[in-house]
Design a protein around this ligand. Structure first.
Ligand code: HEC
Ligand code: HEC
Length: 215
């Protein structure tokens, strides 16, 4: 009477083992090569944005944990519409996005939005306090609104329109703010295009240091 029970258990355990082995061996080639979008990320994007979406620094932005709609929108802005000027000019990203189709851009945005953002840090900690004031209060004297109202206390932004800026590299943040000032990023009348011209050089440098250490 007992034997069949043990037997059944034995079979089940063997079945589970077989199943696990089957799944594992079926997944081996998949993980080695990755899904098509993982392959693009590893072969094309990782060199500058890091293998997990957090880059080494400088002008290369972290992408990990950024909101998906925002990432997709940026890729489209580097590409521009046929015949139109791209809303975001970059000698580096411009040519890269030309080789991506819409589905690939959507999949890449999804992939990076699901990666965990790493902690950032200020490269010039002495400016963090001055940056905090810009971030929380803006500059009422010249009408600059506080960054916190759109990018939130921890810099996580408000999906889908206001991006996450917490932990972003200071050099990149300064570069982007200056791009809005000089007109190489964003269309006329857009929020950041309107407010960056109200900022002084000192405010730009300081707020970038504050943003970098937000988490
Ligand atoms: C050779 C380096 C390089 C490679 C490769 C590269 N990028 Fe970039 N990427 C940059 C730089 C530099 C910027 C900042 C451009 C600017 O100044 O606006 C950027 C910006 C971006 C942004 C905007 C981020 C933001 O916060 O607004 C996205 C999204 C992006 N890259 C995605 C990708 C994807 C996806 C790939 C792979 C298909 C890729 N990049 C490959 C250098 C690179
Ligand atoms: C009224 C809302 C609003 C306020 C206030 C605001 N921002 Fe933004 N910010 C935006 C929007 C919208 C975008 C995305 C623009 C786009 O889609 O290209 C953005 C984008 C950014 C980016 C680019 C992020 C990236 O990954 O490239 C930075 C950096 C930034 N803001 C910094 C600031 C700072 C610093 C302040 C305060 C001085 C500030 N913002 C105040 C709405 C705002």
């Amino acid at each position: 009477m007992r034997l069949p029970g043990i037997y059944r258990f034995g079979l089940t355990a063997a079945g589970v083992l077989l199943l696990a082995f089957g799944v594992a061996s079926a997944q081996t080639p998949q993980t080695a090569r990755g899904t098509p979008v993982e392959q693009i990320a590893a072969q094309t994007c990782a060199a500058c944005h890091g293998p997990a979406g957090t880059s080494a620094g400088g002008g290369f932005p972290n992408l990990a944990g950024q909101n998906e709609d925002y990432l997709y929108k940026q890729l489209g802005q580097f590409k521009g519409r046929p015949g139109g000027r791209p809303l975001r000019t970059s000698e580096v990203m411009g040519p890269i996005v030309q080789s991506l189709d819409d589905e690939q851009m959507k999949a890449l945005a999804r992939l990076y939005s699901r990666q965990l953002p790493g902690p950032g840090k200020a490269t010039n900690p002495t400016l963090v306090e001055a940056g905090r004031s810009v971030y929380w209060k803006g500059n009422p004297a010249n009408g600059l609104p506080a960054c916190v109202s759109c990018h939130r206390p921890n810099g996580e932004g408000i999906a889908p329109d206001f991006p996450r800026i917490a932990g972003q590299h200071p050099e990149y943040v300064v570069g982007q703010l200056k791009a809005w000032k000089s007109g190489t990023r964003g269309g006329p009348g857009k929020l950041m295009s309107l407010l960056v011209p109200l900022m002084t050089e000192q405010e730009i440098t300081a707020v970038a240091q504050y943003v970098a250490q937000l988490k």
